[in-house]
Write a new protein. Structure first.
Ligand code: PLP
Length: 453
């Protein structure tokens, strides 16, 4: 029964990113999800909700796609598992490698498969350290990421993450992880700074940090093309060009974390293509399989690949592997998913309907006195709330208002996300969203805002 499940849930299930005490005492929301079709999910209480966040911005092709579920069932029936160590592959994992590399930005060489975005970033940092050891640069190990970046929840990936909640009481970040300023124009240090001047300020801060720490000790810079969990924040004009120039000057590896932006979300196959990035490593997950099965990857660039090969010639096989690397069921899901993204023109739809969603949102709530900014790129949209438009001041306690708005939206049938730092409503619907569904999201946002503020 529903009551029995709810009780077992409170008694037995340690939920991630959850207020544990409140949940165990039955004071926090609890939802038992039973089905999904297109952009909608259903739950055991009989609700049908438009999922304006595609799960955790991962169900890019939408729910219930038979093309993907049939591929998973077929793979499970034929061969549910074999490992990928010492040269083993499956038809699915090899085909998926080829499909990923065919879509990857120029200059990339191979893809290493993992399970989720966090472990892919752990892999990336190990590859960077290995690379610099083989190059005879053992001091060059520190990693720079950005405040408000999100790169996962592991020891290293959680350190790279630049959100306080993910560090607090865990004794993170680990030594050797440095954070630089977030490219967040709405939160620029001075109200009268132009976008161009803000970019110059960010680049100066980055270079200062590198020089202060000694460039010979800095190995890599990691960033999401568009900051995601930190607030859905596209970079200011000229930012990525400037960052890449600095990284090249100091021989620092660029890791593009495309866990959210990979496979179409920005209206281009990769965010790197959207912003002209030439990364040495790319992190992929989420949209790789549209979350029909867990799978992630690290795409390795040509320059780094040559050094990795030299390393194994000198030292033997690379000592890095997961039991589930390139899991055949994840790989089969990935093959079917990438084909579906092409067949249904979802990359183009993400660009077109995503822009429509931001316009619809601006029409619906742009004049509300507590809406500070509506922003986004491709199928990503954020509505930043403020208690005072002229000063851009936040609410107290931070996050309380966005949480209430999200709650009111769910009551009206639309899922959005209160982003974890600030009062920011986040939207990242499946890439197959229609204009009618975008209108529904915008209308419900306006109703919920009116209810709360
Ligand atoms: N990198 C980015 C940019 C992400 O948004 C996420 C998750 O949201 C991760 C890494 C971590 O991925 P996972 O939760 O699959 O470990």
């Amino acid at each position: 029964t529903n009551d029995q499940l709810a009780q077992w849930d409170r008694e037995s299930f340690f939920h991630p990113s959850t207020h544990l005490g409140q949940f165990a005492r039955g004071e926090a929301p609890q939802r038992i999800v039973t089905g999904g079709e297109g952009v909608y999910i259903t739950d055991r209480d009989g609700n049908r909700l438009l999922d304006g966040f595609a799960g955790l911005y991962c169900v890019n092709v939408g729910y219930g796609r038979r093309e993907v579920t049939d591929a998973i069932a077929k793979q499970a029936g034929e061969l549910s598992y074999y490992h990928a160590y010492v040269g083993h592959g499956t038809e699915a994992s090899i085909t998926l490698s080829k499909m990923v590399m065919d879509r990857a930005p120029e200059g990339m060489s191979k893809v290493y498969f993992g399970l989720g975005g966090s472990d892919a970033n752990e892999t990336n940092i190990k590859l960077v350290w290995y690379y610099n050891n083989i190059r005879g640069l053992p001091k060059k190990k520190k990693i720079i990421s950005r405040w408000r970046g999100y790169h996962g929840s592991g020891l290293m990936s959680g350190s790279l993450t630049g959100l306080e909640l993910f560090h607090k009481k865990f004794d993170l970040p680990l030594d050797g992880v440095l954070h630089t300023e977030a490219p967040y124009f709405y939160r620029r240090p001075e109200a009268d700074m132009s976008e161009g001047d803000f970019t110059k300020w960010l680049l100066a801060k980055l270079e200062e940090l590198i020089q202060r720490e000694d460039p010979d000790t800095i190995a890599a810079f990691i960033g999401e093309p568009v900051l995601g969990t930190g607030g859905i924040v596209p970079p200011p004009v000229g930012y990525w060009e400037g960052v890449q120039e600095i990284l090249r000057k100091y021989d620092i590896v660029l890791i593009a974390d495309e866990v959210v932006t990979g496979f179409g979300r920005l209206g281009t196959m990769f965010g790197s293509q959207h912003y002209g990035l030439q990364p040495d490593l790319i992190t992929i997950a989420k949209g790789l399989t549209s979350a029909y099965a867990p799978l992630s990857g690290s795409i390795v660039g040509n320059k780094m690949w040559q050094v990795l090969m030299q390393g194994t010639d000198e030292n033997g096989p690379i000592g890095h592997g997961w039991t589930y690397s390139a899991h055949p069921i994840g790989a089969a899901a990935g093959v079917a998913n990438l084909k579906l993204i092409d067949d249904l023109n979802m990359v183009e739809n993400a660009g077109k309907v995503g822009a429509y969603l931001r316009r619809a949102m601006a029409d619906a709530v742009g004049d509300h006195p507590n809406v500070g900014e509506i922003r986004g790129e491709g199928m990503l949209c954020a509505v930043e709330l403020t208690s005072d438009r002229s000063t851009r001041a936040g609410f107290s306690p931070v996050g309380s208002v966005a949480g209430k708005v999200v709650g009111e939206m769910v009551k009206r049938g639309v899922i959005s996300r209160a982003m974890p730092q600030g009062d920011i409503l986040g939207f990242a619907p499946p890439l197959c969203l229609t204009e009618g569904e975008a209108d529904q999201i915008a209308r419900v946002t306006a109703e919920a805002l009116r209810e709360v503020l």
